[in-house]
Design a protein around this ligand. Structure first.
Ligand SMILES: [Zn+2]
Ligand SMILES: [Zn+2]
Length: 162
């Protein structure tokens, strides 16, 4: 039995993610308003992480009179609930593959196509925490963002065989 489940092998499933978000918010008594739900849906429906203004564009295409503060408030809520992550290096948002438990998150970000894969490796989390503690550093948040090239882009870049 592997010591930790490999969450990254689970393909993103927008429908499942929304149902999970609804259940989680109901359990915690937090309000997943229609707008917050729609913002989460937009993020999950996108093949690559989105910035706030890209989300705003989709909301406006829905016919909503969206303003940036509205979107930022919805994003803050979703971040607070652990339903999404913010990738600081790109200032974009991606759906969390394993909401409902406290974690920082390790991300493989493709430089070429922008796809992001979230790793759920508790060993890495614990190791970073321990390293910080030995330096008497109080860790408040933990994000590991690894820039590189995804399998699809690597395959596309290989010389044609056959
Ligand atoms: Zn996550
Ligand atoms: Zn790629």
């Amino acid at each position: 039995m592997p010591p930790f489940p490999d969450f990254s092998s689970q393909p993103p499933d927008p429908k499942g993610a929304l149902i999970q978000a609804e259940n989680q918010c109901r359990q915690r008594g937090s309000r997943l308003t229609e707008l917050r739900r729609r913002v989460l849906e937009i993020i999950w429906n996108s093949p690559t992480p989105l910035g706030a203004y890209a989300i705003l564009d989709v909301l406006r295409a829905d016919g909503r009179p969206g303003a940036p503060p509205t979107v930022y408030r919805a994003l803050d809520f979703l971040l607070g609930e652990g339903l999404i992550h913010r990738l600081a290096s790109l200032n974009v948002f991606t759906g969390c593959r394993q909401p409902g438990h406290e974690h920082g998150g390790q991300f493989l970000i493709c430089r070429d196509c922008g796809q992001v894969d979230e790793l759920g490796n508790q060993v890495v989390d614990d190791l970073l925490r321990a390293e910080a503690e030995t330096r008497n550093f109080e860790m408040l948040a933990q994000m590991v963002e690894i820039l590189g090239r995804c399998p699809d882009c690597r395959r596309g870049a290989l010389p044609h065989v056959g």
